[in-house]
Design a protein around this ligand. Structure first.
Ligand SMILES: NC(=O)c1ccc[n+]([C@@H]2O[C@H](COP(=O)([O-])OP(=O)(O)OC[C@H]3O[C@@H](n4cnc5c(N)ncnc54)[C@H](OP(=O)(O)O)[C@@H]3O)[C@@H](O)[C@H]2O)c1
Length: 320
């Protein structure tokens, strides 16, 4: 079969001929119909991820066929029994385990979920990693409630966009930040109230003047910009973050946090229950992931280049 494997660090994955995966015990052989990129795939090619294994098939997100039924694959393997945190065995599909950038994948049936009918294969492939990460961060950790005001940072990101769609589905007022006016305009066309350029040091003042502050913040960047997030928190606000694209949080003012009873919550991927609840939520509200581009399987390296450029708005998906 054909697969994109990580052959060298600091290079894009290479198209490789591999033996068909072995299928034993509870494993199922899935013929992949579509897959999608995540920032994680970029970190892996740069060597900035734990447990990197050269030669492994890349790709965490995928959707595929088994016995005439189409399934979404949960890429979070071996979460374990505790809903509060993942087990030491937890890992994400696609390096070191062989992933979804391939014709076939052999995977335990417990990670397969029937594709909701309202989604096409490519839309379903855009969902797993970003969908479950956003779901746990905003619904399970931040406990978002209907009618609350929410800020989602870096709205061009895959996880950020899913979080925005969940918040809009729940009837929340959504505000966003981005490095691009164009992406803010796109977010507003999808239902966001307003957006702010995160490079503008005065954006918190503008948000405070427009909205008075927010109840929930979802962030994937951290870095110096985290201090700006704290400024727009209403008393009792929850900040849930799942990534550190912009690096360490420095210079955080403790008074701003404890006096206003702010909760800062770290969140990673999601348990099997989170994944199931996410699929049910997407099904109930008929949510369709925002897709930036659909490329053929052979153009997977072009997808990497586009995500590295940061130009995307939504998921980059591959049709197999
Ligand atoms: N813990 C987990 O389970 C988990 C799961 C998924 C992802 N992550 C991490 O979360 C991050 C985002 O992942 P992704 O797949 O959604 O990435 P992505 O689709 O590549 O999006 C990254 C986004 O980050 C935003 N960004 C860049 N610099 C920023 C800044 N200074 N302030 C605010 N936003 C900034 C950009 O938004 P604009 O384009 O709007 O400027 C960009 O679109 C990555 O670091 C990833 O490794 C963690």
């Amino acid at each position: 079969m054909k697969a994109y494997t990580l052959t060298h660090l600091h290079q894009l994955p290479e198209l490789t001929d591999l033996e068909m995966p072995t299928v034993k015990d509870d494993l199922a052989l899935i013929q992949l119909t579509a897959s999608a990129l995540n920032h994680r795939d970029i970190w892996i090619t740069k060597g900035l991820y734990p447990n990197i294994m050269l030669g492994a098939v890349m790709g965490a997100d995928g959707c595929g066929m088994l016995n005439g039924q189409e399934y979404i694959i949960n890429p979070g393997l071996a979460w374990g029994r505790n809903e509060s945190f993942q087990s030491p065995e937890f890992r994400v599909l696609g390096v070191p385990d062989d992933g979804t950038f391939a014709d076939f994948i052999s995977i335990d049936r417990t990670y397969l979920y029937p594709k909701p009918d309202h989604l096409t294969s490519v839309q379903a492939a855009a969902l797993p990693l970003a969908g479950v990460t956003a779901f746990r961060a905003i619904i399970k950790r931040a406990q978002l409630k209907t009618g609350e005001k929410v800020l989602i940072s870096g709205i061009g990101g895959g996880v950020a966009l899913m979080a925005m769609q969940y918040a809009i589905a729940l009837g929340c007022e959504v505000f966003v930040t981005s490095g691009s006016d164009l992406k803010i305009a796109e977010a507003i066309s999808l239902g966001a109230k307003a957006g702010y350029i995160y490079h503008d040091p005065d954006w918190p003042k503008k948000l405070l003047s427009d909205a008075g502050g927010v109840d929930v913040i979802i962030d994937g960047a951290c870095g110096a910009g985290f201090n700006q997030l704290v400024k727009v928190c209403l008393p009792g606000a929850r900040i849930s973050f799942y990534g550190g694209t912009a690096g360490k949080i420095e210079g955080l003012n403790p008074q701003l946090i404890f006096w206003r009873q702010i909760s800062i919550l770290g969140s990673t991927m999601g348990s099997d229950a989170d994944f199931k609840d996410m699929i049910d939520f997407v099904d109930k509200y008929r949510i369709v992931p925002v897709i930036d581009s659909i490329l053929p399987f052979e153009a997977i390296p072009d997808g990497f280049k586009k995500l590295m450029s940061g130009e995307q708005f939504g998921k980059i998906v591959f049709q197999h």
